[in-house]
Design a protein around this ligand. Structure first.
Ligand SMILES: Nc1ncnc2c1ncn2[C@@H]1O[C@H](COP(=O)(O)OP(=O)(O)OP(=O)(O)O)[C@@H](O)[C@H]1O
Ligand SMILES: [Mg+2]
Length: 538
């Protein structure tokens, strides 16, 4: 892998990269940074957690003129949390150069945003709905934008943002530099690319499977009614540092978070019905470790990068292979290992096999964790906590009492009693969740032919050679034949996109940005996609 010095970047950008702790470039960065520096339009595809943000962020920040007082670059993201996170990474990269960047997303006070816009940021990172609001209010002008980046482009299409993106891009000069990034590139992305990109270079560092290489994948077959017990045993057995649990609907997420809290886990829910304040709080707590279980709808599936996530658990099977890939990709990031568990009801087994085929990765069947395994896991965890406390030496104030008690009681019994207390056990609390319908299997055929030369993506797994090709898909060699009419946008479904578009811009009342108030709705529709060949590349 190349070091960052080899790209000929500005010294201030190099300094930022070093401060961020990046030593060498990841495969997608190595491929795209030079092309982006030449001003080439790009479609960049690489596995989850392999540094796509910096792959576009570094050349962008390098190119921006800090003297510019108008918006010169626009990054669009599908969710608010992602816009915030990408903005933070851009801020870090641009810090020493003195670049001004600003996240713009729904749910945040628009007046505050307008005030921040007066500071003349050069880079705006936003969700399409709120961006349009500002454009309509004339608080954002795009006449001087030279670079546009669509992060998670396929998801934005899937969410029905095509019209908004079109409206926004119409206002950007056509002489511009445009780049699309995602870990998954269904064929319908071709349409978007044709429309918005000029002679793009396809850069793909996806090896034979699209999911990240460092994630161990397992599934447990069980009945809907067994899921919660299985979940709590699994958490006890595995003792994750941080875990994300995906549920299918907002109601599911609420019920699950509450049930986990009742059982004594530090868990909170994240979905689009929460206020932005609540969403921000939950994310902050999860990032700083004050909660260790995040229960979420697919609003958290894309792009979120929280270090220390060791486990992803699909409490409900995701609707499509893309969603699976992105959900499990919240772990196993930046060269770290992770484990992904998926709960599957007997009627969903076919759908699981479909996901395995499309992602070209076997998901290993595992038995339901036993009570004994759960107990053992919990005991180990308690012992670790005690040893951790010993090392930190924060227990001094208890020493006097300990000596007194040891004079009267046997040390083994004392410690065992303390451990029992510390472990806590609320297993007897009955938990009842509203059942979810199973995901239906797909009937249509799909094509998983694979060919072509591929290189390893991720950290240190690549051979360094590139595999640029037309088309994307799940590692298929793809000629980019998008024969289907299967455009996946707009999806008029009940997904949780957020109808509260503060500032009430025109276009549509469809819910956006995973932030609305229609309780009980699904964050992702269960309606199968129209055509399988929008999923895989032929
Ligand atoms: N060259 C590098 N060296 C070390 N760490 C890096 C490097 N580039 C990026 N990272 C870190 O890797 C993590 C994942 O990066 P990022 O979020 O950009 O992944 P991604 O490819 O966009 O994943 P996703 O598909 O899930 O959005 C981040 O914490 C980032 O800071
Ligand atoms: Mg990303």
């Amino acid at each position: 892998m190349k070091t960052f010095q080899e790209f000929g970047l500005d010294a201030s950008v190099l300094r930022a990269i070093t401060e961020m702790g990046f030593e060498e470039s990841t495969p997608i960065q190595e491929k795209t940074i030079p092309l982006a520096m030449e001003g080439r339009d790009l479609i960049g595809q690489a596995q989850t957690g392999t540094g796509k943000t910096a792959a576009f962020g570094i050349p962008l920040v390098n190119k921006i003129n800090v003297k510019e007082e108008r918006i010169s670059a626009l990054i669009m993201c599908p969710t608010r949390e992602l816009a915030i996170q990408v903005a933070e990474e851009i801020e870090k990269l641009g810090r020493f150069k003195g670049i001004r960047s600003l996240p713009i997303y729904g749910g945040q006070d628009i007046v505050k945003q307008i005030r921040a816009l007066k500071k003349k940021p050069q880079i705006i990172i936003g969700t399409p709905g709120r961006l349009l609001d500002h454009i309509n209010r004339k608080t954002i002008k795009l006449d001087d934008v030279q670079t546009v980046i669509l992060d998670e482009a396929d998801e934005m299409l899937d969410m029905g943002f095509m019209d908004d993106i079109q409206s926004i891009l119409k206002l950007v000069p056509s002489e511009r530099h445009t780049m699309l990034f995602s870990a998954t590139m269904p064929t319908n992305i071709q349409k978007l690319a044709q429309q918005f990109l000029t002679n793009p270079e396809h850069v793909s560092v996806i090896p034979k499977q699209v999911s990240a290489p460092l994630i161990e994948q397992a599934y447990i077959e069980l009945h809907e009614k067994q899921k919660f017990e299985a979940l709590s045993r699994l958490i006890d057995m595995e003792a994750p540092d941080l875990a994300i649990i995906f549920g299918r609907t907002k109601r599911r997420v609420d019920e699950l978070a509450e049930a986990l809290q009742k059982r004594g886990y530090a868990a909170e829910g994240l979905h689009g019905d929460l206020s932005q304040n609540q969403r921000d709080n939950v994310m902050r707590k999860f990032r700083d470790g004050s909660i260790d279980v995040l229960v979420a709808t697919d609003v958290a599936a894309r792009g979120l990068d929280v270090s220390g996530v060791t486990h992803v658990i699909n409490f409900d099977l995701p609707q499509d292979p893309e969603s699976y890939v992105h959900r499990i990709g919240r772990t196993g990031r930046a060269g770290k290992e992770g484990t992904a568990w998926t709960f599957v009801t007997p009627r969903e087994i076919d759908h699981l096999h479909f996901i395995e085929k499309v992602t070209r990765h076997k998901i290993n069947k595992k038995p339901l964790p036993s009570v004994a395994e759960a107990v053992e896991g919990k005991q180990k965890m308690t012992a670790e906590r005690i040893l951790d406390m010993l090392q930190k030496e924060e227990h001094g104030e208890f020493k006097g009492l300990a000596i007194q008690m040891l004079e009267q009681y046997d040390s083994v019994n004392l410690l065992a009693a303390a451990m029992k207390l510390l472990t806590g056990d609320k297993k007897d609390l009955a938990i009842e969740l509203t059942p979810e319908d199973p995901i239906r299997a797909r009937k249509k055929k799909f094509d998983v032919r694979s060919s072509g030369r591929r290189v390893g993506g991720g950290y240190g797994s690549g051979s360094g050679s590139s595999d640029r090709r037309q088309g994307g898909g799940y590692g298929g060699s793809g000629s980019g034949n998008s024969s289907s009419s299967g455009s996946r946008y707009p999806r008029k479904d009940s997904r949780d996109y957020g109808s509260n578009r503060e500032g009430g811009s025109s276009s549509t009342s469809r819910n956006r940005e995973y932030g609305s108030n229609n309780s009980g709705n699904r964050d992702r529709s269960r309606a199968p996609r129209k055509s399988e060949d929008t999923l895989v590349n032929k």
